[in-house]
Design a protein around this ligand. Sequence first.
Ligand code: BG6
Length: 496
Amino acid sequence: MVKAFPKGFFWGGAIAANQAEGAYNEGGRGLVQTDVTTGGTVNSPRYTTYIDKDGKPGKAGGMGHHARIPEGAKYAVLDTEYYPNHKAVDFYHRYKEDIALFAEMGYSIFRLSISWARIFPNGDDVEPNQEGLDFYRSVFEECRKYNIEPLVSIWHFDTPLALEENYGGWNNRKLVGFYVRYCEVIFNEYKDLVKYWLTFNEINNTTMFLDMMGNKGTDADYQAGYQQLHHQFLASARAVQIGHRINPDFKFGNMICGITFYPATCDPADILANQHKWESGIYYCGDVQVKGKYGTYAKRLWKEHNVELDIREGDLEDLANGTVDMYTFSYYMSNNVTTHDTDDKVAGNFSTGARNPYLTYSDWGWAHDPRGLQYYLEKIYDRYEVPLMVVENGLGAFDTVEEDGSIHDDYRIDYHRAHIKAMADAIDNGVDLIAYTTWGCIDIVSAGTGEMRKRYGFIYVDMDDEGNGTMNRSRKDSFYWYQKVLATNGQSALEE
Ligand code: BG6
């Protein structure tokens, strides 16, 4: 049988507001965590900056909610630091040029996120910020001009910083109400422009970080993490219900950081540890958001860390009534799970644990494993039987600009070709996969390291890690390759 992608399959790319837009203090936007986060590298962390209670500037290691700033300190932008997300790649001012390039590649879908702090700068404002609403209206209209379907992440790691400072972030149940209000506003505002919505980007990162080797999560960390997740599940479920009332055609997806876990050996202890890793890392969130209930293993997970979840009356009904219509996920790598000591470890973001001798690794230590994508697709589809979307997949790599301006990124082409073939194999095996949006269709700031030189794009952006560059866009070899793939509905990649 000849493998093929179904007619109407969505092809495109994906970005996130805080990594692409820049203009961090324009248009009435409030601050988010990345605005107070420095750049880092694969070997050195990003830092969160603050002014302590005595007025002294300081930096805390570990980005996002993993950075613990001292008691009484306030997040602050310091003159002495460079913050890569402040300018990012200036999508805020250049979106027309960028969307035109996406259209030139032949996109039928473009995944982007709305910055909550552009709509509600402090998160709890009474009225939304009109400039923010106008900006995204104009972006979505630009997409529609080229028949590109916007796929909108409502939250991509960017809770307004004021909600972190004044309410303690997602640990506070009030955040559910603020998020739902934000959703109601954008659903009403864009109901005729946007159909596909994702509630929380990589929602399972919370449990992944808690379990990550080397990160000694305390019981208090687990208590906080699981409680935050319960609030996000509720927020997602209520948003889905309201969204479906506002426009019954809306389609909602969850968004999972999809990592394929393998047992490193055939020792039954490794097999079981691997199964438990799927439960805590992947299924915990997927089950709540797709099946509408906590998995049977959840009680064990809570017990292991003495977690007492505050689940109130009506919460479980909300979870059951607010299930998503499709399962969407990012896929970059697989990971080996073992109960044995091993010296041969890898340590690149979530690509931790025992090295897999059958795979190669990127310069940032991420396992290159297209078969792992097929495995993930088949396993997840069998579990949930709802349409799937791969909404992030890509290779972060160093690119060289030749004297004539060309960029020969065969490594990136090889990476995507192999993953596209793996998707076709999964479809051939019965999986209802409906979309593929590659990560960082254009170079953007890395979430993990804050680098620009970790490039994912098919479009090059002239900007370095210190903020130097013209921001000019140029087409890499992968641009022309992907254009052909899209023109043939994937066939050209399958035949190479
Ligand atoms: C995903 C995130 O984890 O991976 C993106 O949703 C992120 O925001 C992407 O950029 C790639 O990770 P990184 O650290 O290479 O930017």
